[in-house]
Design a protein around this ligand. Structure first.
Ligand code: BTN
Length: 255
């Protein structure tokens, strides 16, 4: 069972996770924070030991063994603008990567837009969802799933999954890892408004696919080209020989 006191002792944030909600089971921490009026404080973190309808990107499901991993969402309501959402998205994967490296010395690679890989296998995924009021974003919910202590994975996956335990060859401390992720996330969230360029540089330094020939799939649409760069708003610049285009979403496959 997740030990809230142990987590709280190491939490060093001003707002993120200061309102912490823990539950045994829920459909999806993202869906709950998006739909509820009960918890609407900026920085609220909801952690569930089990999700019955965990969601992944592109309407996929996110499967995570109960009580072994970290499945949680962060609610943001203030201090960001529409334009910086992609930066926050990239920055979240950076925060998870830095936390895993700090705690377990496992080098993490980042895969656009926001997968965290260890030894070419996926250790964490991130799903951003939002609600709007007119042209304003009312809530931004950042859902994070980290495979922490799950010993094995069955099923068909786009990218082979792994967990910290599998790579580190030892059990990992979920409480300490969550506080580290939130501590780093808060700093990165601030930087997303004041120094987004730094987040992009840090993110790019961990992305091995930059400069490589790739195939990018978004539903039925498949594009080929060189992953040239990330623009200032966090979009991918794909160079397909005769043209450059900005890519907003998709799954990248190396060619
Ligand atoms: C992906 O890689 O496809 C994104 C996975 C995101 C999973 C997390 S787990 C906590 C939060 N609640 C959800 O239903 N999904 C996100």
């Amino acid at each position: 069972m997740f030990n809230i006191e142990k987590f709280d002792i190491k939490l060093d944030t001003d707002v993120i996770g200061r309102n912490f909600v823990y539950c045994e089971e829920i459909d999806s921490t993202n869906s709950f924070l998006i739909n509820t009026k009960e918890y609407d404080k900026h920085g609220t973190v909801l952690l569930s030991e089990n999700q019955t309808q965990g969601k992944g990107r592109k309407d996929r499901i996110w499967l995570s063994a109960a009580d072994q991993n970290l499945t949680f969402s962060i609610l943001l309501k203030e201090d960001f603008s529409h334009e910086t959402i992609n930066i926050i998205n990239l920055g979240t994967s950076l925060a998870v990567a830095q936390a895993i490296e700090n705690q377990y010395q496992l080098p993490c690679e980042l895969k656009w837009p926001n997968d965290v890989l260890v030894n070419q296998k996926k250790v964490a995924g991130i799903l951003l969802e939002s609600t709007s009021m007119g042209s304003e974003i009312e809530k931004l919910v950042i859902g994070i799933g980290i495979n922490v202590n799950q010993p094995n994975f069955t099923g068909k996956f786009n990218i082979p999954p792994t967990s910290i335990k599998k790579e580190f060859k030892n059990s990992a401390d979920r409480e300490r890892l969550l506080s580290e992720v939130l501590n780093i996330f808060e700093e990165i969230f601030k930087a997303s408004q004041t120094n987004p360029g730094q987040i992009l540089e840090d993110w790019k330094s961990r992305c091995q696919m930059l400069g490589e020939k790739i195939r990018i799939e978004d539903g039925e649409v498949v594009k080929f080209g060189v992953f040239e760069d990330i623009d200032k708003n966090g979009f991918m610049i794909l160079n397909s020989g005769n043209k450059r285009e900005l890519i907003h979403a998709g799954d990248i496959i190396l060619r």
